[in-house]
Design a protein around this ligand. Structure first.
Ligand code: ZN
Length: 136
């Protein structure tokens, strides 16, 4: 009961596919930006240490953003894998079905809500399969 229909499955697959290619583009653009910035910086005057630390902070910001994008892209790739194994939509811990409403909101969800909550409590949230925000 409550099993996803093929149509729902296809809808989610399509959303993940679109989101995944968006992310790849953002990651590529981010990488290009970062190296262009670096080039400019290297080409510019050899700045004072103050400049350098600002540059480093910016690089960190970029990296944090890219890390989020990468994490989401990886979560989507894991979801693709589960689609192939036909295990998509089942909780990776208890094996129960993940309600469609949850998958609709978080297509990369690997766990049902109770398991996710427990997981976050044990592992302090973040990472390790935390749901990424849905694409808007
Ligand atoms: Zn579960």
């Amino acid at each position: 009961m409550g099993e996803m229909t093929e149509e729902q499955r296809a809808t989610i697959w399509e959303r993940l596919r679109v989101r995944h290619s968006e992310l790849l583009q953002m990651i590529r653009a981010g990488t290009a930006d970062a190296s262009r910035d670096n080039m400019q910086r290297m080409g510019g005057e050899v700045g004072d240490p103050g400049d350098e630390s600002i540059a480093l902070q910016l690089a960190d910001l970029n990296l944090a953003e890219m890390e989020n994008e990468l994490r989401e892209a990886r979560a989507i790739e894991r979801a693709f894998g589960r689609f192939k194994e036909r295990s998509y939509g089942y909780c990776s811990e208890c094996g129960g079905e993940i309600p469609y409403a949850r998958l609709d909101a978080y297509p990369t969800a690997e766990r049902c809500t109770p398991c996710q909550t427990r997981h976050e409590r044990v592992y302090g949230g973040r990472d390790g399969g935390r749901d990424t925000t849905p694409s808007v």
